[in-house]
Design a binder for this molecule. Structure first.
Ligand code: PBG
Length: 344
């Protein structure tokens, strides 16, 4: 071969080799798929949100969330035991407060013996090794279902923040390990951090609901905590507009400056881009909340035989890991933990 022919031959050869990368080689067998798998869902990724209700020895089903119950405090402690045995690291509690205890300002959130605080004490006493996270939003405690104090048609920011900070100290006194401010008021993370520190709760962490969207996916949750028919108007004046991504970075920056220990994105699947952006930008632990509407959709389609519920559930949770999340709040937590324990 002359020089020219040799060069042409070499070029073609290189093209042939590099042009024939075969992505399927690693996909061909279970052993090689496992070998190159980038993300894994484990029980350590699961945070279990549970609903609470007054009474004893009762679990009330939530209609729009098949398999989910409102638990009395004694039952919550039993379920916490089950969760800890499964290896679930953290439980988050949400109360269905008796109507007669709700008012315009949500003042019952300040009662050290309210349902949330009683549940925390019972769980920590029965199962000291599980983490307990409590929410400081007012919506379960108000007659109007808003997360803040309502005056003349406006959710007043600073007054709500002051009350949230006081409530957070009560919750920490009751034994909460993580406080999760979910009312999206400005300045809440800093105020809660200061109040916790002043009360000697330096070790209590804050998981900021950093980007809580004004979403339509919360419907079943509102049935669960009994605010469904109550809400006047919407929450657009304090939750993030689903159209916005850049704004989430600014919101997160404030939460980080104010002392948030971890950041949460809520809802989950429609907002995977936000999970990724927050993780890349801040490097703090990032959690996604797979909310009630996401759960209900999967349950409904599964019950109809339209999707394989178990597979979709696992795929949805794995997607959060790929999107950079350190963990997921999910109503599926105990079921997933059981499956993972079986090696699924
Ligand atoms: C409000 C709150 C909401 C959820 C938890 N806390 C949303 C709302 O009612 O506006 C939703 C959780 C879910 O849908 O699973 N502080």
């Amino acid at each position: 071969m002359d020089k020219q022919a040799q060069d042409a031959f070499d070029r073609a050869n290189v093209d042939r080799i590099t042009g024939h990368r075969r992505m399927r080689r690693h996909r061909k067998a279970d052993w090689s798929r496992r070998l190159v798998r980038e993300n894994r869902l484990t029980v350590d990724d699961l945070i279990w949100p549970i609903f609470l209700v007054d009474g004893t020895d009762t679990s009330e089903p939530v209609d729009a969330m098949p398999g989910v119950f409102r638990l009395t405090v004694d039952r919550a402690a039993e379920e916490a035991r089950r969760a800890a045995n499964l290896g679930i690291p953290l439980i988050a509690t949400f109360p269905n407060i008796a109507m007669e205890r709700r008012d315009e300002t949500g003042s019952h959130i300040l009662d050290p013996d309210n349902l949330v605080n009683r549940a925390t004490r019972a769980i920590k006493e029965a199962v000291p090794e599980i983490g307990v996270m409590t929410d400081v939003a007012l919506d379960p405690f108000t007659t109007h279902g808003h997360d803040g104090i309502l005056r003349d048609g406006i959710i007043v920011n600073d007054e709500t923040v002051a009350q949230a900070a006081e409530a957070a100290v009560n919750q920490a006194d009751a034994g909460a390990d993580i406080i999760a401010p979910s009312e999206m008021m400005d300045g809440r993370v800093g105020a809660i951090r200061e109040a916790l520190d002043a009360a000697g709760h330096q070790d209590v962490a804050i998981m900021a609901y950093t980007t809580k969207f004004a979403s339509a996916y919360y419907g079943p949750y509102r049935e669960a905590i009994g605010t469904g028919g109550l809400l006047k108007g919407d929450k657009k004046s304090y939750y993030v507009d689903p159209a916005n991504g850049e704004e989430c970075l600014r919101e997160a920056e404030l939460d980080v400056q104010e002392g948030a220990d971890s950041l949460m994105v809520k809802p989950g699947l429609p907002y995977l881009d936000i999970c990724w952006r927050l993780k890349q930008e801040f490097g703090l632990p990032v959690f996604a909340y797979q909310v009630s509407g996401e759960y209900a959709m999967m349950k409904a389609a599964g019950a109809n035989g339209w999707i394989d519920e178990e597979k979709v559930m696992l795929e949805s949770l794995l997607s959060f890991k790929r999107a950079g999340c350190d963990g997921i709040l999910t109503y599926f937590a105990p079921r997933v933990a059981e499956l993972l324990a079986k090696g699924v």
